[in-house]
Design a protein around this ligand. Structure first.
Ligand code: KG4
Ligand code: ZN
Length: 343
């Protein structure tokens, strides 16, 4: 057991298609952050195949953890706690990480901390922005989630808006497949869009009845499919770059307008973005501009901390650890875990 003032947490993340482990000290000092991506395998199938994801996690998890400990130059004996993503995500994938974390914590008699994946994404902002503290608003845009979250304190979250259907990253992935750009869609659309005209095609910016902050992206996906079908039927050439640029602009416009409205209504001084889509340059620049115009400080993680990683899980876990929260041996994977449901 570590005897000094430092709190050393081993964090494990396996909710989707990255097998990841990290050692995080005192919440914001990342000593190692190992990510083994399965993207090449899932690309063959055009998306994540849950059973393959679970099998790959089980093959790789021990190696990834060993590497994380080695890079951090510590052993299991130096740890103060073990943290793991326990939801939301693919159940079989989550179970691998949860079982592994429990085994290590049990064998080494260490506290066990289950972390909400989205809480992890939000906490990624703390790693490189040492001065960032709640309260702030955070737009979480990933492959599975689109949430506008009021972070009033560490571990205290109020979801003020969410998608009613597809997540922003899912929309990127589906549009990319329809355009013929392949998987994963976000980076491919971003690259193609750089060479395209964002004004070429007008795609809808959906408003959701009854909520100022909820999102809907399924209509946009249908509009892209309709546009492509229309071109094919009328023998009009499809310019992939223009479709990508126009689609990306439609997504970014909606995200920015909701973010700007929330900033004004909630009167916050800080705004952060998180999740895989937060690595999109156009989204970052547009939100940054909206923040600057309103005198609000803008925060974002670097690209490697936007997509799935275990460092963000270790950071989130640290604030739970110092608040005295612990999990029992009955910790289980919860595929549809809601944010804020445990506090
Ligand atoms: O956070 P993440 O790694 O996994 C989930 O928790 O879902 O996010 C993955 C998502 C994918 O849908 C991917 O297409 C999207 O993030 N993404 C991007 C970019 N990079 C990744 N979307 C837009 N632009 C990008 N540069
Ligand atoms: Zn994620």
């Amino acid at each position: 057991m570590n005897s000094g003032q430092e709190v050393k947490i081993l964090a494990i993340e396996s909710s989707c298609d990255e097998t990841a482990a990290a050692v995080v000290v005192n919440g914001r000092d990342v000593r190692s952050n190992v990510i083994s991506s399965q993207i090449d395998i899932h690309t063959l199938y055009g998306g994540v195949v849950p059973e393959i994801a679970s099998r790959k996690h089980i093959e790789r998890i021990n190696q990834v953890i060993e590497q994380a400990l080695e890079e951090a130059e510590i052993t299991l004996d130096d740890l103060d706690a073990v943290a793991v993503t326990y939801g939301p995500g693919l159940v079989g994938a989550l179970l691998v990480g949860v079982a592994e974390a429990k085994a290590i914590a049990y064998a080494k008699k260490l506290p066990l901390l289950g972390v909400h994946h989205i809480e992890g994404h939000i906490s990624a902002n703390y790693i490189e922005n040492k001065e960032l503290k709640p309260p702030f608003l955070c737009l979480v845009v990933s492959g599975g989630h689109t949430h506008l979250v009021n972070v009033s304190d560490y571990g205290v979250y109020e979801v003020i808006g969410a998608t009613r259907d597809d997540a922003a990253g899912e929309a990127f992935d589906k549009a990319a497949r329809a355009i013929g750009l392949g998987y994963p869609g976000g980076p491919k659309i971003e690259k193609a869009a750089r060479l395209g005209n964002a004004q070429a095609i007008h795609f809808p910016r959906a408003k959701v009845g009854g909520s100022d902050y909820d999102f809907s992206f399924s209509g946009l996906k249908s509009a892209v499919l309709n546009y492509l079908n229309g071109c094919r039927m009328k023998n009009i050439p499809i310019i992939q770059e223009d479709v990508a640029a126009s689609f990306q602009k439609a997504v970014v416009d909606v995200l920015v307008s909701h973010a700007a409205h929330a900033i004004e209504q909630y009167q916050v001084k800080k705004f952060a973005i998180a999740g895989g889509v937060a690595s999109n340059t156009m989204l970052r620049n547009s939100i940054k501009e909206a923040c600057e115009q309103r005198g609000v400080q803008f925060y974002h993680p670097s690209a490697v901390l936007c997509t799935d990683n275990a460092a963000m899980i270790g950071t989130a876990a640290y604030y739970d650890y110092i608040a005295g929260r612990r999990d029992g041996w009955n910790l289980n994977a919860v595929p549809n875990l809601k944010l804020g449901s445990r506090r």
